[in-house]
Design a binder for this molecule. Structure first.
Ligand code: SF4
Length: 510
């Protein structure tokens, strides 16, 4: 079959912002294939609902009408059961199905019980070779980076080398004419992110760090000996993508560099970026910065280029928990320095924190609150509930120590559906509610820090957290209304954002 007649439909679950499928689509198109991307369900923080029968019919109907030669599912562990439920239905239509993503890369044998093929690791080259092989009627059995069933047994081929030059990748596919979003019992054609006010870009792949709870702890092992793990794009390649986003997004107001470790790319890269970004793009910029990288000079340079908001991972205020549980490089002293510098720089600041760690003692929790109380306000705290992704170093350890059961792993529990960003509605013991309430209050400028310190050491409140909880909920509501007001003023309060965050019952804590 000619490439142009070979259609590959990529399906992304609960993630209209999924950049991975857009990269895959571009690579396939460059090789001459036709692609479609179906975003199956929207992401609504802590409130992911199973799809309806109507939505499933719409998905199956589209596949029946277009009859792709290959269907690719992009998934993390949270959607393992969903992929397992839908794949036999795709196969019943006579379609071949390939799975890719972190979970299939970590557990290919398991996935091959359902999928025809599993793409291991970075998918661009593997998927193109698979499409070429199938379109020419050849045997895909020896494709590197592919796992498949052969003679009724799983065959896991060696991983490919990591892509050495990220600039060799095509820009992500942002075309509107091959995208669909299935949500609210409707199928809507068009590229869903183009109506947003924010564009998220990734400038690197891999990570120089090795946090124990992160998917990078899985991929680093898989890719050992197969090239440099942490790579980044050139400034020019990144700016070309932003030029495209600016052209295609009429309501674009802000750029977010969504790499966990933005600007770990060296001095020359930074200098080129701060020179070119304001001239070429000139939009307010937001990024995540690793604590180890923080320096006053870097922040000044970035602010001069348009940086308005930084997100910094603290994850834990306890040195013990940071090092022993999370395997994080010591960096909290840099955050204290940042807080002092920021009195002058006045960058909007978000600190990321992880809670619900079964290894965390009351002393660790107290250290979390005491650390946040040392930081100058204003700031926001994004609280994340620890998700036990199977295969990470931390999940392995928790399983071995009997702190979690296999049913707590994300492929079985899909906790992230209801508790990814933390909210108060999730069931927790009283001392956890007390801890969460105090954590939430640390970022509320109108609550004196001395009150929080006093409550922290009050054993009665720890057993009876109701009054602190009510105060935390009320304070959080006030803060969230303020955030919504600011976004509205800046023209960033889009319908897309309201759907993701606007739920009074499951309002996330900041
Ligand atoms: S810094 Fe972020 S991306 Fe890197 S290993 Fe840690 S959690 Fe993962």
């Amino acid at each position: 079959m000619a490439e142009k007649d070979f259609l590959i439909t990529l399906v992304a679950f609960y993630g209209p912002e999924n950049a991975g499928v857009r990269y895959l689509s571009s690579a396939l198109k460059k090789a001459g294939f036709k692609t479609e991307i179906i975003f199956f369900k929207d992401w609504k923080n802590n409130n992911l609902k199973p799809h309806s029968l109507k939505e499933e019919d719409l998905l199956l109907g589209r596949l029946r009408d277009t009859r792709p030669s290959l269907v690719g599912l992009s998934l993390i562990s949270s959607f393992f059961e969903l992929a397992g439920d839908l794949t036999p239905k795709f196969k019943a239509l006579g379609l071949q199905v390939v799975w890719g993503g972190i979970h299939p890369t970590a557990f290919p044998e398991d996935c091959l019980k359902t999928a025809d093929f599993v793409c291991l690791g970075e998918g661009e080259a593997t998927l193109v070779e698979l499409a070429q092989t199938l379109s020419q009627g050849r045997d895909p059995g020896s494709i590197r980076g592919l796992a498949l069933n052969q003679d009724a047994k799983p065959k896991i081929n060696p991983m490919r080398e990591l892509i050495a030059e990220l600039d060799s990748l095509e820009l992500p596919d942002l075309n509107a004419d091959n995208k669909f979003l299935i949500e609210d019992d409707k199928i809507t054609p068009g590229e869903p992110i183009l109506s947003g006010a924010e564009y998220r870009i990734y400038l690197s792949r891999g990570c120089p760090f090795s946090c124990s709870y992160c998917y990078n702890s899985i991929l680093k092992q898989k890719y050992r000996g197969l090239g440099r793990y942490y790579r980044y794009r050139s400034v020019e390649h990144g700016l070309k993508e932003l030029d495209l986003a600016k052209k295609l997004m009429p309501g674009l107001r802000r750029i977010k560099i969504d790499d966990d470790t933005a600007f770990c790319y060296g001095k020359a890269w930074l200098e080129e970026f701060v020179l070119k970004y304001p001239q070429r793009i000139g939009l307010p910029l937001e990024c995540l910065l690793p604590p180890a990288l923080l320096s006053e000079k870097l922040l000044e340079q970035l602010k001069g280029a348009g940086l308005v908001k930084v997100q910094i991972g603290i994850e834990s205020g306890s040195q013990r928990s940071s090092r022993e549980d999370y395997g994080r490089a010591a960096g909290n002293h840099k955050i204290l320095q940042f807080s002092a510098w920021n009195q002058r720089l006045k960058l909007e600041t978000v600190y990321d924190f992880i809670i619900d760690n079964p290894l965390s003692s009351w002393e660790d929790k107290k250290a979390d609150i005491e650390f946040l109380l040392k930081l100058d306000r204003p700031f926001k705290v994004y609280l994340y509930s620890l998700v036990h992704f199977p295969g990470t170093v931390l999940s392995q350890r928790l399983l071995e120590d009997g702190k979690i059961k296999p049913s707590d792993l994300e492929n079985a529990s899909h906790k992230a559906w209801s508790q990814f960003r933390v909210d108060f509605s999730y069931p927790r013991p009283k001392d956890e509610i007390f801890y969460l309430s105090l954590l939430t209050l640390t970022s509320k400028d109108f609550i004196p820090k001395s009150w929080i310190r006093g409550w922290l050491n009050n054993p009665w409140l720890k057993k009876h957290p109701w009054p602190v909880l009510q105060l935390a909920k009320a304070a959080n509501l006030i803060k969230m209304l303020g955030v919504a007001g600011e976004m509205w003023q800046n023209g960033e309060l889009t319908w897309f954002k309201i759907k993701q965050y606007g739920n009074l019952k499951k309002m996330i804590s900041q």
